[in-house]
Design a protein around this ligand. Structure first.
Ligand SMILES: [Zn+2]
Length: 212
């Protein structure tokens, strides 16, 4: 399977697709947020360095982030992986090209703003971790307001308010434009419409990443 760089706006279902790729093809999901937290928790020298940077409110530099990712890639020994949250800048993308030697595809999960907002407005979660969506037939709970899994009452997440979401969505478009152009020019960009059912999306992604 080809390695994947995911570029996706909030609410595009990146987590769901990542889980399917893990289950079906044994992908390793590499999220930069998780990597940084894990590095800090390990108490390593690199982790202490990261903690100091984050504690004073700075961003982790490209060089440091690349070191951390390279460590991780060495650790997974050739298994296919999904990069989530990296690269964020053109400079990172170029360094990544040297590391990966072109062995990747970029998958852009496309969801326009109106459809994304609809998803956010319908989103409900349970304290057991399962999430639902009232605006999606596939993702509705069987009984209104109640978790299929555990029977508890479903709640709306605090960060799912529309104004905050629109800011996150617009930031995403602004921040990723340069990457989208870069990968498009390299013929690495695959646009997948995610305003469809989960299996159709997954089938498209599977075709893109299959080795042939
Ligand atoms: Zn539940």
């Amino acid at each position: 399977m080809r390695n994947i760089i995911f570029i996706a706006p909030p609410a595009a279902g990146k987590g769901t697709q990542s889980n399917l790729l893990k289950e079906h093809f044994g992908y390793i999901h590499i999220s930069t947020g998780d990597l940084l937290r894990a590095e800090i928790a390990s108490g390593s020298k690199l982790g202490m360095e990261v903690k100091n940077i984050i504690d004073i409110g700075n961003l982790v530099s490209d060089d440091l982030m690349i070191d951390i990712i390279q460590n991780k890639l060495t650790g997974i020994k050739g298994k296919p992986f999904i990069l989530d949250g990296f690269p964020r800048t053109l400079n990172q993308a170029k360094v990544l090209d040297e590391i990966l030697d072109d062995d990747y595809e970029v998958i852009y999960l496309e969801l326009d703003k109106e459809d994304a907002i609809k998803r956010i407005e319908g989103r409900l979660t349970c304290s057991c971790g399962k999430s639902y969506n009232l605006n999606d037939e596939e993702l509705k709970p069987k009984v209104t307001g109640i978790c299929d899994n555990c029977g508890k009452k479903l709640v709306k997440r605090d960060d799912d308010n529309v104004e905050a979401f629109i800011i996150r969505y617009d930031n995403f478009l602004n921040n990723t434009k340069v990457l989208v152009d870069y990968y498009n020019n390299k013929n690495k960009l695959h646009i997948v419409d995610v305003n469809r059912n989960i299996n159709d999306i997954f089938n498209d992604i599977s075709r893109i990443v299959a080795n042939d």
